[in-house]
Design a protein around this ligand. Structure first.
Ligand code: ADP
Ligand code: ADP
Length: 220
């Protein structure tokens, strides 16, 4: 299963990608997590990306395309993946097509997380994460021990770019640069809007979409 998750920041893409990874073993490829790890490790990529991430702007396409290309060639992604946070521009989408075409791995479905700006602001204000990128929400998905990750007990924190002024900027960038992908994937017949709800309801809706889409394409 080769899936793309797209939608506004804070819509729930990472949460659902992590559930699919835990429950179905499909690797989550989160470009945001990859960038944050590079920034923490002060690699050349991290140094180049930091000012864009901090400002809520997009990291340049050439950097992102090279990063994802390398990741898709790793062995675990050969049997399927969830792209979480990529592509975010039409140029990235075109580059992704070229990479996948060259290796004979078409996208099965592009899942669109349809969540209003008003809900987004609430979700991002309450989002807390650990260093490994596990995702919580103060109200909707709190950790068992306040301030600690359920999986390894590490401290939770609020992402710098989840502060209100940067959230507004990210939403503007989303509407301008990423929303046009809706038309692109709709025209291709691989666009599937995902109805919002609580986390488990959204997961059930997601699994239903994936089953319908991939089931009809598999010979077995
Ligand atoms: P969210 O989970 O809120 O949607 P991400 O963790 O996916 O945010 O991304 C955080 C930041 O990383 C973005 O605001 C942007 O600066 C950068 N980034 C992530 N993915 C991409 C991408 N595909 N193209 C450009 N920049 C990206
Ligand atoms: P994205 O990866 O799209 O930026 P996240 O998965 O990080 O979004 O979710 C953003 C915040 O909203 C997190 O705090 C998460 O716990 C919470 N969240 C995710 N899905 C839902 C949902 N269906 N209902 C309520 N809160 C949610």
């Amino acid at each position: 299963m080769n899936l793309i998750f797209f939608g506004p920041p804070g819509a729930g893409k990472g949460t659902q990608a992590q559930l699919l990874q835990q429950r179905e073993g499909i690797p989550q490829i989160s470009t945001g997590d990859m960038l944050r790890a590079a920034i923490r490790a002060r690699t050349p990529l991290g140094q180049r990306a930091q000012k864009f991430v901090d400002a809520g702007e997009l990291v340049p396409d050439d950097v992102m395309i090279a990063l994802v290309h390398a990741r898709l060639n790793q062995p675990d992604a050969r049997r399927g993946f969830v792209l979480d946070g990529f592509p975010r521009t039409v140029k990235q989408a075109q580059a992704l097509d070229r990479v996948l075409e060259a290796s004979g791995r078409p996208i099965d479905v592009s899942v669109y997380f349809d969540v209003s700006d008003e809900v987004i602001v609430r979700r991002l204000a309450g989002r807390r994460v650990c260093r490994q990128g596990h995702i919580y929400h103060l109200e909707a998905s709190p950790p068992k021990v306040p301030g600690r990750c359920d999986l390894d007990g590490s401290p939770l924190f609020q992402r710098e770019d989840d502060r209100e002024v940067t959230v507004r900027r990210r939403l503007e960038v989303y509407h301008r640069e990423t929303e046009p992908l809706t038309d692109l994937y709709r025209r291709r017949g691989i666009f599937e809007p995902l109805r919002d709800g609580d986390i488990e309801t959204v997961y059930r809706n997601l699994v239903a979409i994936v089953k319908t889409k991939t089931g009809s394409q598999k010979p077995d």
